[in-house]
Structures are given as structure tokens and as C-alpha cells.
Design a protein around this ligand. Structure first.
Ligand SMILES: *Cc1c(COP(=O)(O)O)cnc(C)c1O
Length: 366
């Protein structure tokens, strides 16, 4: 009897998340220096974290021999003030990805259905499969979430429905009005997970708090990995009703969020000016990419986030061609084979990307 025969059979078929390629790996493979490489593959903040966040992280290093505060009291207090909610309405995760997994642990049983868009963030489907639930992938005809189709996909077996807005990888967003109407239309046995990983890039992000207060079954997810620039520290959070949060707290590990991450997150929340500055720089960077793509005649999906989904044809070849030039982008699965996702970089990085793209397209079009 081998080990695999002893494994939970679901694990043997479990698809594995393919992350953006790390800089060091591309450097090794192509004989490049790491500092020559620009990574536009994982929607990180190209301007980095706030100085206040980094200072707080450095100070926390002196105490790394101590376990973190498992209740993360100072951070949760800060989050409650930030969102004008109560402290018992927050749960922290090792990245908001962990909270997606906690949702699976708390709510999913084999046979349950999980509704999500066919081009939605892929982790929803992975967690559904891991728990033995059935992912129901709803068509996204124009690459955005069609909430009418999503509503039609809901059955008595639906337990969870995921909506990321803006969505990754398409960069599309739904309006607050349509999202609220959708949530109000959901039957009692369905939990709505609103993934707000890119909410800070919107001028007026939809506000789920009134619906939470009304008693709707909602969990909202936020992350420090994107506009806050703390992707390496792995920290995100969820907010919802105290009852929702209590259930998620029951399922988490006691020290799931490390002390350096907690400290940095408090620093990040203190520095609103940095968030506004990055939002503005991102808007300019997105415009710079759009101008360049139009000049090159490359189609794209208008984006509400810090990346853009482009349609240059044969994403995988372009991904490899750009990688040789030291630029890491993201090719997508077979259903988006003609697309390439590009994160907004610094002004210089965007110039480099556009030049390399122009060159690679010339080669590929011959
Ligand atoms: C990046 C991203 C996240 C955040 O992941 P973390 O685990 O917090 O780093 C969540 N949802 C979507 C849609 C994302 O693109």
C-alpha cells in the first residue's frame, strides 16, 4: 500500500494554484540579475508599503521570540475604528486567502454547491473542491460577472456565492446598486462572500455594512497584499456580523497571523495618505498602459483595479517572450489563452513593458 492510497481521494485530484513567477527564479533561468527584473505578475504595489508600515514591522522584529497576540487586539481595534464597526465583527487571516479556506471549513459539506463566475479569482473553486463541494461556474459572457446569471445558478444546494469586485483576473467591477439588489435577492440558506481585495482602487467602493446590519448573511474580505503593499507578510481580514465572525474564529489556528504582519498592518492603516497616493499613481499607471496598448493595437478589458487584462493573442508565448526580457506577466488558463494579465508597474516599468511588448508582438506577428 503506497501513501497516495492512504490519502483523502480528493487530494489526489486537487488542482494546485499557480502563483506568479518569483523574480529569483526568472533570474536563475535566464541568467539575469534580480534587480533587472520587473514583476508585473501578482498585482503587488510597485511603490511598496508605507514607511509607517515598514517602521512598525522593523520594531516588531525585536520581539520575534514571543508568540504573537492571538487575538490581535490592537489591530482589530484599529480596523473597527477604520470601518466604523464593532471589534467582534473582524477576523484576521494569513492573507485573505486563509479566510476563503475558513469559509470552506465552516460552511461546506460534500454535496454543497459554491457559485462563482467562470473567470473569477480561482481560489473559490479550489476551496470548494478541497471541501468536496461542487463549484458551479457561471458564464461571464463579457468577462464581467453577470449577476442575473449568477442568481439563476442558485439552487437549494447552494451554500456560498463568491463575488470579487473588482475581479481578478478580468479587472471588471459591478455597481453598488446591482450588488445590493443581488444580495437582497438571495435565499436565506445562501452566504454571500464579497471579495474586496481591490476595493481601495475604486473611488466609491460598494458598502455592504448596511446589509450586514440588516442581518444578511455576508462576509466581506480585505487584504493588505495589494494597495497596502504587504503581500510578503500574508495578512488579510474579513468583516461581517458577530455571528459570522464567531464561526470563522472557531475554525482558525490560534496564531494564524504573525506579529510582524500585525504591526505592519497597524502602520499601514495609520497612513491614509500613502493609500491615496498609491491610488492616484495607479490610476496614472493604468492610463499609461491603456495609451500604450491602444498605440500597439492590443485589445484590453477596461480595468478598475491595479492590473489590466489584455488580449494580444497567444498569451503563453508572449509571457515567455517578455520573461526573456526580464518582465514577468501572467498567462492564464486555456479558457483565456489569448489573454495576458499585466499588473500596473512604476512609470519606468510600464515603459519597459510596453517596449518589450511591442518588440515581442512584431516577432510574433511575422
Ligand atoms: C490578491 C487577491 C486576494 C488576496 O490574497 P491574500 O491572500 O490576501 O494575499 C484575494 N482575492 C483576490 C480576488 C485577489 O486577487
Amino acid at each position: 500500500m503506497n501513501l497516495s492510497q492512504l490519502a483523502n481521494p480528493r487530494i489526489l485530484d486537487q488542482p494546485v494554484y499557480e502563483p506568479g513567477k518569483p523574480i529569483e527564479e526568472v533570474a536563475r533561468e535566464h541568467g539575469l540579475q534580480p534587480d533587472q527584473i520587473c514583476k508585473l505578475a501578482s498585482n503587488e504595489n510597485p511603490w511598496g508599503a508605507s514607511e509607517q508600515a515598514k517602521d512598525a514591522a522593523r520594531q516588531a522584529i525585536d520581539k520575534v521570540h514571543l508568540y504573537p497576540d492571538g487575538s490581535a487586539h490592537p489591530l482589530i481595534k484599529r480596523l473597527a475604528a477604520h470601518h466604523h464597526l464593532n471589534q467582534d465583527q473582524f477576523v484576521l487571516g494569513n492573507g485573505s486567502n486563509e479566510i476563503i479556506e475558513l469559509l470552506g471549513h465552516v460552511f461546506l459539506e460534500p454535496g454543497d454547491e459554491v457559485v462563482c463566475g467562470q473567470f473569477a479569482f480561482v481560489v473559490y473553486k479550489l476551496v470548494a473542491l478541497l471541501m468536496g463541494a461542487k463549484p458551479v461556474e457561471v458564464e461571464m459572457p463579457l468577462l464581467g460577472h453577470d449577476l442575473q446569471l449568477m442568481r439563476q445558478a442558485i439552487t437549494e444546494r447552494t451554500k456560498l456565492v463568491f463575488l470579487p469586485s473588482p475581479n481578478n483576473p478580468t479587472g471588471t467591477a459591478n455597481t453598488a446598486e446591482e450588488i445590493c439588489a443581488f444580495v437582497r435577492s438571495l435565499p436565506e440558506h445562501v452566504i454571500f462572500c464579497f471579495d474586496e481585495a481591490y476595493a481601495e482602487y475604486l473611488d466609491n467602493p460598494p458598502d455592504m455594512r448596511p446589509l450586514i446590519a440588516e442581518g444578511r448573511k455576508i462576509i466581506c474580505l480585505r487584504t493588505f497584499s495589494k494597495i497596502h503593499g504587504l503581500a510578503a507578510l500574508r495578512i488579510g481580514y474579513g468583516y461581517g456580523s458577530p455571528e459570522m465572525i464567531h464561526l470563522l474564529q472557531q475554525a482558525r489556528q490560534p496564531f494564524n497571523v504573525n506579529a510582524v504582519a500585525q504591526a505592519a498592518a497597524i502602520g499601514a492603516l495609520t497612513d491614509n495618505a500613502w493609500v491615496s497616493e498609491c491610488r492616484k499613481r495607479n490610476r496614472d499607471g493604468l492610463q499609461q498602459l491603456v495609451n500604450g496598448l491602444e498605440r500597439l493595437g492590443v485589445e484590453y478589458i477596461p480595468s478598475h483595479a491595479n492590473f489590466i487584462l489584455t488580449k494580444p493573442g497567444d498569451g503563453r508565448s508572449l509571457f515567455f517572450a517578455l520573461q526573456k526580457e526580464g518582465i514577468i506577466t501572467r498567462a492564464l488558463g486555456p479558457s483565456l489563452a489569448d489573454y495576458l494579465r499585466i499588473s500596473v508597474g512604476t512609470e519606468e516599468e510600464n515603459i519597459r513593458l510596453l517596449a518589450a511588448l511591442e518588440q515581442s508582438l512584431a516577432v510574433h506577428r511575422v
